[in-house]
Design a protein around this ligand. Structure first.
Ligand code: ZN
Length: 309
């Protein structure tokens, strides 16, 4: 039985996407503007196929449904996490996501969406939107009506190596020139607040969802000063730990053994190359360590993002 499986990513063409998933990660991507790589996903809108081993050709959602023992009999009606790499050649819409309670009621039982961003690269002078300044639904609606976007949204500089936790209810937008690795709840519910009046290829505007956005925005949320990650001693840096996921950055220089005590662990190589438990891996490799894997043994020269529920 394979204790670590490799997944084939699913790619998404987006109005704001680019070509870096090919040029920087070596993925074989479709033509056009490709914005998202769903690297580890069992979501129905982009269900990854298992690339090798006994279950090759099956999807991750199939494996979760049929072989829960491989996941330590973890509970839940769906695989809970979704790992994406996002290439924003242009600005994403200004958006917000609901929490689990709101999504369950208004979105057909979907999960809500907490997400977090590890910035892989950013252009000099690049910025990102993480929060907003209105203190009430009425104030937010008025500022939108008046088109006072610059005052309303909270925009801060972004650099490679920054990290941002985006709770449900936080208004946010990834801006052009930024590539991030996103760890999120397995959900595809986005309420678009503003799309810069951009037209799609057919001349139409993408739909906005202002009423639902006004329902879910957290008007009391604190604004982060920056995305800077405090320097850590040792090779492991915990970037985020909440009730949905834990995200850790590992720096591998030589050998590194990371014990795991979770039913499964997502692993994405974001820089360099080497091996994981003897298997060759490189920047762009996405793997899932199953319950039988009790230790992630890395060798080489790499940066890796590790996450688990
Ligand atoms: Zn989002």
């Amino acid at each position: 039985m394979d204790s670590i499986i490799t997944l084939e990513p699913v790619f998404k063409n987006m109005l704001w996407g680019g070509r870096k998933l090919e040029t920087e990660f070596g993925y074989d991507i479709p033509e056009g503007q490709v914005g998202e790589c769903w690297a580890i996903s069992a979501h129905p809108n982009g269900d990854c196929t298992i690339a090798s081993g006994a279950y090759a050709g099956h999807t991750l959602s199939w494996l979760w449904a049929e072989h829960r023992e491989l996941f330590g009999n973890a509970e839940g009606d769906r695989f809970p996490l979704l790992i994406k790499i996002i290439d924003a050649a242009d600005d994403l819409s200004i958006q917000v996501h609901p929490d689990d309670a709101y999504a369950a009621e208004h979105e057909d039982g979907s999960l809500g969406k907490k997400e977090c961003w590890y910035v892989l690269s950013a252009e000099p002078g690049g910025t990102i939107i993480v929060g907003q300044r209105a203190r009430s639904r009425e104030e937010f609606a008025q500022m939108v009506e008046a088109g006072r976007w610059d005052e309303l949204v909270y925009e801060i500089p972004v650099h490679a190596g920054d990290f941002f936790q985006i709770d449900a209810g936080t208004v946010h937008a990834i801006k052009g020139g930024t590539v991030i690795l996103e760890t999120q709840q397995s959900s595809d519910i986005t309420y678009r607040v503003y799309d810069f009046d951009r037209k799609q290829a057919d001349g139409s505007l993408r739909e906005l969802h202002l009423d639902k956005a006004l329902d879910v925005i957290n008007y009391g949320a604190e604004l982060p000063a920056s995305g800077e990650v405090a320097a850590s001693e040792g090779p492991l840096t915990t970037l985020e730990q909440n009730e949905c996921y834990t995200v850790v950055r590992a720096t591998v220089a030589g050998e590194l053994a990371v014990p795991v005590s979770y039913p499964f662990t997502c692993v994405s190589v974001i820089e360099g190359e080497g091996t994981l438990c003897g298997e060759p891996v490189r920047k762009g490799s996405n793997l899932l360590a199953l319950a039988a894997c009790r230790e992630l043994v890395f060798a080489g020269d790499m940066q890796v993002i590790i996450s688990h529920p």
